[in-house]
Each structure stands twice: as structure tokens, then as C-alpha cells.
Ligand binder design. Structure first.
Ligand code: ADP
Ligand code: MG
Length: 708
């Protein structure tokens, strides 16, 4: 089967080129066939120079009347073409070979293709593609559009195109295996795979080019559907694999009742429901794989703590991972407060511990003395070896990647193998005996359903869709930054009444230094204007202990105002804080604003949020802030954010872990996801060869994370 041949079986591919192709993710001939054009050039038509309009991409012809080197800002080679009617077009080259420059002799005729723009004196094209032609005997125009492929440095468009031509030549002789059921193709009027590939690499003038441009063409839809199906297969397989693994089963723990008795509140119905789901999972001998979604402030931490109690009481270790040190430290406190009265020891591990202290804690983790361990991604490090890891809790999952999650999961397995005292078992049997920890993943980023199906298709989903009673929706105002001083004065007055407030200075430049400075300047301004106001400052450049000390002081109301950068975005919990000002709100994503705003509205007091913006606001900018004003509903905000920013941003790092598609786009193609999920389940149940072939075709070398 030619499609599985390595690319160096094609003419003209040596080791160097193979390397370049591999860099593009292209390994087999099939990969080339699925390497679709970014766009197309229309060289089926020839326009006269006088018909060119700035902004268009076009093909034209003319005779060289001059050639010059220009100096100044950037040296360039400037060629001027003239049409038969006398119109002029300049061609500008910033990079060129001296021999190339010499070839542009006056009087020669050129056919060029490029984007037309307004030059200094006449229209010009920068780095057009060109060919010398004879006026009497011009080459024929193309009959198909010219594809433009995504490529990489050192691998020219022409080379790639030639290789793809070779691949298409094979394809025409021998179509690719059709892996989708014929009934499916018929039901949706979709072409076969080979037809679809041919159409997209070599569209004819009669094809619906507008539809192709808009990704609506059946040829594209066909490939998108197949790719989404193969992705769903990957997720469902991952899930099946996980379900075949063994995990320690945890019986209900009476210590949980003791916790309930000590809590100053009772759980909401939603918390209880989700807790039930978790406890049922934990009682199984298969690893739990559960994602808990709950809007900011819905009370996910206490639910996680109860799961931790159940695991710890059964003698297993629990790892809790938070995305920032501030948050890890806060979890440490909450867990200590809840768990230590129950005789469950809570330790923590952070990146800035002194060597001796760290060694000590690592030893405690290794021997199992440390039961509940809170930390940041430091918990992923190789040096951390657990004795008997039974439960992994990952908070604010959107900040972590899928790889990190899998690494921690594997740690559970590794421990069992190493601690195994049956040296005579062969490795395969040992792997069967290996226990996998249960996994609880929590996120406050509400993920629209279709996206959740794709990004988290391997997980069970629980939703805490209720806030603890007594919470009043945060009132949000959108205010022009010109009124900054009034807002500051208002904040001061409120703090005089006992309110605690946050003032958030988001990233303005992509620089941690400037970022910290902005917060510093604001904090100083408050101190100078109102010396009796107790102001604290946190930003990413402070040392961990300093950060922790400031947070602690704020929590204990030793500070009235906390000026912060977006380091406080996730999870920080100070219920008495009820006023938040966010500067440059127009620059932040909606989900991020919602996260930030969720730092207030955590107590019984009516909370307020002020979004300061820098005028002028664009129409979308206005609409976005309007949504924040109208809604406290994370789901609605996430839907809007998805529309505006696309799925990559919302899913954060997770997308680098396997959500890279060749053709599909989760947002644009969301309407296929439910079908893809259904078809993949059917295929998985019916035909494992087909399923493997689909995965090999689409995921091939990218499948690493799925087998990890
Ligand atoms: P998030 O879901 O954003 O992580 P937290 O777990 O930090 O929210 O909880 C927010 C606050 O609500 C905490 O102070 C927590 O103790 C409190 N809380 C949690 N559950 C309840 C409840 N059922 N009733 C009242 N307060 C609760
Ligand atoms: Mg939280």
C-alpha cells in the first residue's frame, strides 16, 4: 500500500528533505495527501496591469523596462514592468541572489503572480512568483487553481507541490481504502476519501471555490468528519483502556461524618450529588476519571477534601495539584483545617523549599508517612515518588496540560511496580497487577458541551450547578478609565466601612517586569493618597514566602486593599473581600474576567466589580464588557468567549495535548461532533481493524499522548 510508504520513497527526497518533512509532521505518503492547501492562487486567469487593484492577488504580464537597487531603510531590488498599453508595475525583492538580479534584463517579458499593493510611484508586488516568457509563444494558463501549502523554512512551495503531485499520481492509480461506512457518506452526500483529497489539492474551475474558501465544501466536510471520528475513537479507546486498569476501591469513611459535623455549612444539593458520583467511583476497582465543573465559588474544594479523606482513611496517598503557589498554599490551609482534626496529615511540596526540607518531605512521600500532599506542578517532578498513590486531584485543570495529568497518573503505577515484592513475576504480569490512582479533575472554566465532548471525551463529567445559599450576584459596572480617581476614592470610602477590596492590574506588556511595576505604581499611589489605608501588593515577581505573607494578611483583614496582577486569577478565596476593580478590562478574555471577578461574591455581603476600560472601545469590545455586566453565568460567558476567541484559548494548554487537527476546527465544525461520537462508538463496537486504520491514518505519529 503506497500510502504507508515513507516519504523518502518519493523522487527527490533525501535525508535532509525527509527531516524537513518530518518537522511538518509528514512521515508517510498518506500524510502528504492529507496536507491540505492553506489557500489557492488563481493562475487560470491573466489580468492586464491596468486592471490591477491594490489588495487583490493576481497574475499579470509585462516587459521589463528598468532594474535598480534601492538603498535606504532596507536594500531592495526594484524591477519595473510595463504593459503593452503603458501601465507600470514595480516588483520589489528584499532577498535575492546576485545572479537572479542579473537575469532581469531590460526588454525581457515576465509573467508574475502576487499581491498587488500601492507603491511609492505605481502599483507594486513584493516577492511575486515569476517566470520569463516569450511574448509570441506564451505558456498556457493553468486549468486548476494552484494550491498554497503550509510549509517550513528550507522547504520551498515548489518542492512540496512536486512531492504532493507524486503522491496524487499514486492516488489516482490506486484510491485509498474507504474507511467510513458507505451509508454514512450517502446520508450526508459526501464524496469518497480519494475524491475529496483530489478535489482539495486540484480544484477545477468548475468546483465551488467559494465553498472551499469558507470550508463548506463537501470534500472538506468529508475529511473533517473522518478526522473528528478518529479523534473520538482515540478518546473512547483511552477511556476503555483506563476502565481495564485496576484501582484500589475505597469504602465510605466514617471520618467524613466528623468533617460534616465540623463544617460551618451544609453542602448544597449540587455538591451532594457530585459527591455521590465521586464516592461511587471511588468504591470501584477501576480508576475514577472524573471532571468536576463548577462555576467559581460553587464549593469544589470541600468536595475534593471529602474524596481525599476517603482515600487517606483507606491508607492511600492523595496528591492535590494546584496551578499556582498561592492556590496551593490556600489549599494546604483549607485541607489542614479540615483534615488534621481527623488525624490525617497534610504536607506540601513547593518549588522553592530548601534542599534539606525538600529531601525530608520527599522521604515522607516515599515511605508513605505523608498522606495528603498538596503542591504545584512540582509534584510532577521525577524525584517525587509516592508510596501508594490512590487519588490524584487536579484543581483548575485548564491551567495544566493533558501530559502533566498523565505523568502524575503514571507515577501511581510506577510506585506499585517498584514497591512490588514479587521479583519473579514477569513484567507483563506486573503491569496487570499495577494499581492506578483515581483521578478527580476540577475546573471553574465552564466548557460548552460540544467542546467538552471533544476535549474531555475520555472523562466522566459532573457539574456543580448551584452556588451556596445567600450568595448575591456580583454587580458589575463598566467605567471609563478617565474616572479612575473617582473609582479610587470610592474604594477608599468603602474600605473605611470595613470592606476589603482587590485592585487588579492585568498584563499590559508581555513583560513580567512592567506588569509588576504597574501594580507597584498603583499600590504606591493609594498609599500616598490615603496613608491610613492598609495596602498589600502581590505579583509574580515576589518570592513565594512574600506572596504567602501578603495573602495571609489580607485573609486576616490586616489589609484593606490588595493590589495584584492576574496571579490572583485562580481560586483565591477571601470571603470578606467584596469589591474588585479590574483595570484594562478590555484586554482580557471573558473567561479570565469571570475568573478574576469570582474572587469576590464569596461571602454574604453584596459584592461589586468595576471594569475599567481604556477608551475608545471597539464595537466588539463594548459588546464583550456588556456581557460581563449582564451575566454572572459562567456558561453563558464561556459560550460568548468561544465565539470570540476560539477553543484553543479556552482549553488552554490542554489543546497542545492532542487537540491538534489537520483539518477540523472544533468551533467551526462543532455541528459534526455529536455524529462523530456516535459513529466512533459504533465502529469501535464493530470493527477493530477499521478503527486502527482510521487512527493510523489521522493520528499516526501524533498519537503519543493517547498511548502515554
Ligand atoms: P471554588 O468552587 O471556586 O473552588 P471554593 O471551594 O473555594 O470554590 O468555595 C468558595 C467558598 O464557599 C469557600 O469559602 C467555601 O468554604 C465556601 N463553601 C463551600 N461550600 C459551601 C456551602 N455548601 N455553603 C456555604 N459555603 C460553602
Ligand atoms: Mg477552587
Amino acid at each position: 500500500m503506497f500510502e504507508n510508504h515513507s516519504l523518502d520513497t518519493l523522487k527527490g527526497v533525501g535525508p535532509k528533505q525527509l527531516d524537513k518533512l518530518n518537522k511538518l509532521g509528514l512521515f508517510h505518503i498518506q500524510d502528504l495527501l492529507l496536507h491540505l492547501p492553506l489557500r489557492y492562487q488563481d493562475k487560470t486567469r491573466l489580468l492586464a496591469i491596468e486592471a490591477l487593484i491594490p489588495g487583490m492577488e493576481a497574475q499579470t504580464e509585462g516587459t521589463i523596462i528598468s532594474q535598480a537597487m534601492t538603498r535606504g531603510g532596507r536594500n531592495s531590488l526594484l524591477i519595473t514592468l510595463q504593459s503593452n498599453q503603458g501601465a507600470l508595475l514595480s516588483l520589489r525583492f528584499f532577498h535575492y541572489h546576485p545572479r537572479q538580479a542579473q537575469s532581469f534584463n531590460r526588454g525581457k517579458r515576465l509573467r508574475v503572480y502576487g499581491e498587488v499593493r500601492m507603491g511609492l510611484h505605481n502599483l507594486e508586488m513584493v516577492h511575486p512568483t515569476y517566470q520569463f516568457i516569450q511574448e509570441q509563444n506564451p505558456p498556457a494558463l493553468d486549468t486548476t487553481l494552484t494550491p498554497v501549502y503550509p510549509t517550513t523554512e528550507g522547504l520551498g512551495q515548489a518542492t512540496l507541490t512536486k512531492l504532493i503531485h507524486q503522491a496524487l499520481h499514486h492516488l489516482k492509480a490506486q484510491p485509498l481504502a474507504e474507511l467510513l461506512p458507505e451509508s454514512l457518506l450517502r446520508a450526508y452526500s459526501l464524496p469518497t476519501l480519494s475524491q475529496a483529497i483530489l478535489t482539495l489539492h486540484q480544484p477545477q474551475a468548475s468546483d465551488d471555490l467559494v465553498a472551499i474558501k469558507q470550508f463548506r465544501h463537501p470534500a472538506q466536510q468529508r475529511l473533517i468528519l473522518e478526522e473528528l471520528i478518529s479523534q473520538q475513537i482515540g478518546l473512547q479507546k483511552l477511556r476503555q483502556q483506563e476502565q481495564q486498569r485496576l484501582a484500589p476501591a475505597f469504602a465510605p469513611s466514617h471520618k467524613v461524618n466528623a468533617l460534616f459535623a465540623s463544617l460551618p455549612f451544609t453542602l448544597t444539593c449540587a455538591q451532594n450529588r457530585v459527591l455521590d458520583e465521586i464516592q461511587q467511583d471511588l468504591a470501584q476497582a477501576q480508576p475514577m476519571q472524573r471532571l468536576v465543573q463548577g462555576d467559581v465559588g460553587s464549593g469544589k474544594t470541600v468536595v475534593a477534601a471529602i474524596a481525599a479523606i476517603q482515600a487517606a482513611d483507606a491508607g492511600y496517598q492523595v496528591a492535590i495539584m494546584a496551578p499556582t503557589e498561592i492556590l496551593a498554599e490556600q489549599h494546604l490551609q483549607a485541607f489542614r483545617e479540615w483534615l488534621e482534626p481527623l488525624d490525617i496529615k497534610v504536607t506540601w511540596l513547593n518549588g522553592r523549599m530548601k534542599t534539606a526540607e525538600k529531601r525530608d518531605i520527599l522521604a515522607q512521600i516515599r515511605c508513605g508517612e505523608a498522606k495528603v500532599i498538596v503542591g504545584t506542578h512540582a509534584l510532577f517532578q521525577d524525584a517525587v515518588n509516592f508510596h501508594q498513590l490512590g487519588l490524584v486531584i487536579i484543581d483548575e485543570q485548564h491551567r495544566f496540560g493533558v501530559h502533566q495529568r498523565l505523568t502524575l497518573q503514571q507515577k501511581g503505577q510506577k510506585m506499585v511496580l517498584e514497591g512490588d515484592n514479587e521479583p519473579n513475576l514477569d513484567p507483563a504480569n506486573k503491569a496487570c497487577l499495577a494499581m492506578h490512582p483515581h483521578q478527580l479533575i476540577m475546573t471553574a472554566t465552564p466548557i460548552p458541551r460540544t467542546l467538552a465532548m471533544t476535549a474531555y471525551g475520555d472523562l466522566d463529567l459532573s457539574i456543580i450547578d448551584e452556588l451556596p445559599p445567600g450568595r448575591k450576584p456580583i454587580e458589575t459596572a463598566v467605567i471609563n478609565n478617565q474616572k479612575r480617581e473617582e473609582v479610587m476614592a470610592h474604594l477608599y470610602a468603602r474600605c473605611q466601612e470595613g470592606v476589603q477590596a482587590y485592585w487588579v492590574c492585568p498584563l499590559i506588556e508581555e513583560s513580567e517586569v512592567l506588569h509588576a511595576q504597574a501594580a507597584e505604581v498603583t499600590a504606591n499611589l493609594f498609599c500616598e493618597t490615603w496613608p491610613d489605608l492598609r495596602v498589600g501588593l502581590v505579583h509574580g515577581r515576589l518570592k513565594g514566602e512574600q506572596k504567602a505573607a501578603v495573602m495571609q494578611a489580607f485573609k486576616h483583614h490586616e489589609l484593606d486593599l490588595l493590589v495584584a496582577t492576574t496571579v490572583i486569577e485562580v481560586g483565591v478565596n477571601v470571603p470578606n473581600a467584596s469589591l474588585m476593580i479590574i483595570e484594562n478590562a478590555e484586554r482580557l478574555g471573558l473567561a479570565q474576567l469571570h475568573q478574576l471577578r469570582g474572587r469576590v461574591g464569596r461571602g454574604e455581603k453584596q459584592s461589586h466589580c468595576v471594569l475599567l476600560y481604556q477608551a475608545p472601545l471597539s464595537a466588539t469590545g463594548k459588546a464583550r464588557l456588556q456581557i460581563m455586566r449582564e451575566s454572572n453565568d459562567g456558561f453563558r460567558i464561556a459560550e460568548e468567549d468561544l465565539k470570540i476567541r476560539g477553543p484553543g484559548e479556552i482549553l488552554g494548554t490542554r489543546q497542545t495535548g492532542g487537540l491538534q487537527f489537520r483539518i477540523a476546527d472544533l468551533q467551526r465544525d462543532a455541528h459534526w461532533i455529536a455524529l462523530a461520537r456516535q459513529v466512533s462508538a459504533e465502529l469501535l463496537a464493530q470493527d477493530s481493524n477499521l478503527v486502527n486504520a482510521l487512527q493510523a491514518r489521522w493520528i499516526g505519529h501524533r498519537a503519543d499522548y493517547q498511548t502515554a
